[in-house]
Design a protein around this ligand. Structure first.
Ligand code: ADP
Length: 191
C-alpha cells in the first residue's frame, strides 16, 4: 500500500513543522517544494536561479517547472511507499498533474488533511517568524502577496479535494503536539 498525503494549509498554518513531525510518526518522507527550491537556490542550480525570481516576490514558480521537480523527487526510491506532500499542489493545474503522476505509480492520494487557522492568527505568526528566522521571503510585502496567492490560487483546491471526499479539517490553533496527534490519527486511519 502506498500512502500519499497532501498537507494543506495557508502560509503560517504550520505545514512545514507538522510535515517534519509526521515524517517521524508515520515513517513517510516529507516532500516540501519550498525546501526543494531553497536547496536549489543554495546550490545555485539553474532551477534555483529561476525559482528565486518568483520566490523573492512571493509569487508561484511556474507549474511546469514545479511539477517536473516533484515528479523527479517522487520517482526516488524512498517515496515508493508514499510521501507527505507539503506546499504542493498549490494550483489546480498542479493538482491535476499530481493525479496523473500518481496514476503512473498506480497510486492515489490517501487523504488531504487541512490545517485550519484563522487569518488574523496567520498574519501574527508570519510576522513573528520573519523576526526569528529572517527568511528572505518573510517580509511584509511578500507575506501579503503569498496570502493573496494562497487565497486566489490554492484555497480553491480545498473544494477540489472536498468534492473527491479526501479533505479532513484539523484545528491548527491547538498546541503543536495536539495538531500532530490529530494529523497522525487522520492519516493512520487510511494507512
Ligand atoms: P510558505 O511557508 O509560504 O508556505 P514555502 O516554503 O512552501 O512557503 O514556499 C516558498 C516559495 O516557494 C513560495 O512562495 C513559491 O514562490 C515557491 N513554491 C513553493 N511551492 C510551490 C509550488 N507548489 N508551486 C509554485 N511555487 C512554489
Amino acid at each position: 500500500m502506498k500512502t500519499f498525503v497532501v498537507l494543506m494549509g495557508a502560509p503560517g498554518a504550520g505545514k512545514g513543522t507538522q510535515a517534519k513531525r509526521l515524517q517521524v510518526s508515520l515513517g513517510l518522507p516529507q516532500v516540501a517544494t519550498g525546501d526543494l527550491f531553497r536547496a536549489n537556490l543554495k546550490n545555485e542550480t539553474a532551477l534555483g536561479k529561476l525559482a528565486r525570481t518568483y520566490m523573492d516576490k512571493g509569487e508561484l514558480v511556474p507549474d511546469e517547472v514545479t511539477v517536473a521537480m516533484v515528479q523527479d523527487r517522487l520517482s526516488q526510491s524512498d517515496c515508493e511507499g508514499g510521501a507527505i506532500l507539503d506546499g504542493f499542489p498549490r494550483t489546480t493545474a498542479q493538482a491535476e498533474a499530481l493525479d496523473e503522476l500518481l496514476e503512473e505509480f498506480s497510486a492515489k492520494i490517501a487523504v488531504v488533511p487541512f490545517i485550519d487557522v484563522n487569518q488574523d492568527v496567520l498574519v501574527e505568526r508570519l510576522a513573528k517568524r520573519a523576526e526569528i528566522e529572517g527568511r528572505a521571503d518573510d517580509n511584509e510585502e511578500t507575506i501579503r502577496v503569498r496570502m493573496e496567492v494562497y487565497r486566489s490560487e490554492t484555497a480553491p483546491l480545498l473544494n477540489y479535494y472536498k468534492e473527491k471526499g479526501l479533505l479532513v479539517k484539523v484545528n491548527g490553533e491547538q498546541s503543536i503536539d495536539e495538531v500532530t496527534a490529530d494529523l497522525t490519527n487522520v492519516v493512520q486511519k487510511v494507512m
